[in-house]
Design a protein around this ligand. Structure first.
Ligand code: PGA
Length: 252
């Protein structure tokens, strides 16, 4: 009943020319895939050109981050309105690399979520524990904080639109993928936490993506878990054939 979403996070890769080439390949390779929603998140410098290529296709385009203010003296930042002006209408919020390197904390993430909704941009809220936190038995505490604090000021309509990506930090870019059981357990936990805030019906509709070393050869097993509704793909999204392989696994 939840339609899968396969999202690609290109991170700080692909200059404008490379991004155009990858978008062209994706447009061809992903055409005709039924039963799955598709999203790519290029760097901000390539948003407008990628939107131009993928406009009218089934592949949505999003940014990897936004600032919570609409405009002003925030050197180096981009606002939701600016993202919208490129044609993109999705955004990743709270990715672990933002949390680790750029000071994104729950307060700021909460404001970014509100800013996204104000600009009619669909947010994907990224959460996940580090290895040290998992080993210290803090999985639930961390996921509770990262998920529920930013949701505090959202209304029912906004809660219904949010998408969550569970990305264990120890599995991102490491080649160490969570086992399907580890991922399923964490997703069930996230759904339960979301239900405590938004109610069971909303939690049943919530799409929760898994992220962390997803590849075409492990995607099928992960996506067959009952609470895994898609994937947020980093490295493998930079290769059109790999991304297509993962997207195809979601249609099975
Ligand atoms: P990865 O990245 O697929 O390269 O592990 C996932 C992510 O950071 O979203």
């Amino acid at each position: 009943m939840r339609r899968p979403l396969i999202a690609g996070n290109w991170k700080m890769n692909q200059d404008n020319r490379e991004a155009i080439e990858l978008a062209r390949q994706l447009k061809v390779k992903l055409a005709g895939l039924d039963g799955v929603d598709l999203l790519v998140c290029p760097p901000a410098t390539a948003l407008a050109s990628v939107c131009e290529i993928l406009g009218g296709s089934a592949v949505a385009v999003g940014a990897q981050n936004l600032h919570d203010r609409r405009s002003g003296a925030f050197t180096g930042e981009i606002s939701g309105a600016m993202i919208r002006s490129t044609g993109a209408d999705w955004v990743l919020i709270g990715h672990s690399e933002r949390r680790q390197f750029f000071g994104d904390d729950e307060d700021w993430i909460a404001r970014k979520l509100l800013a996204a909704f104000e600009c009619e941009i669909h947010p994907v809220l990224c959460i996940g524990e580090t290895l040290a936190e998992r080993e210290a038995g803090q999985l639930e505490t961390v996921l509770r904080r990262q998920l529920l604090q930013p949701l505090e000021n959202l209304g029912e309509d906004q809660l219904a639109k949010i998408i969550v990506a569970y990305e264990p930090v120890w599995a991102i870019g490491t080649g160490v993928v969570a086992t399907p059981q580890q991922a399923q357990d964490a997703h069930a936990l996230v759904r339960g936490l979301f239900a405590s805030r938004a109610g069971q019906a909303a939690a049943d509709r919530l799409r929760i993506l898994y992220g962390g070393s997803v590849k075409p050869d492990n995607a099928g097993e992960l996506l067959s878990c009952p609470d895994i509704d898609g994937a947020l793909v980093g490295g493998a999204s930079l290769d059109a054939a790999s991304f297509q392989g993962i997207a195809a696994a979601a249609t099975n």
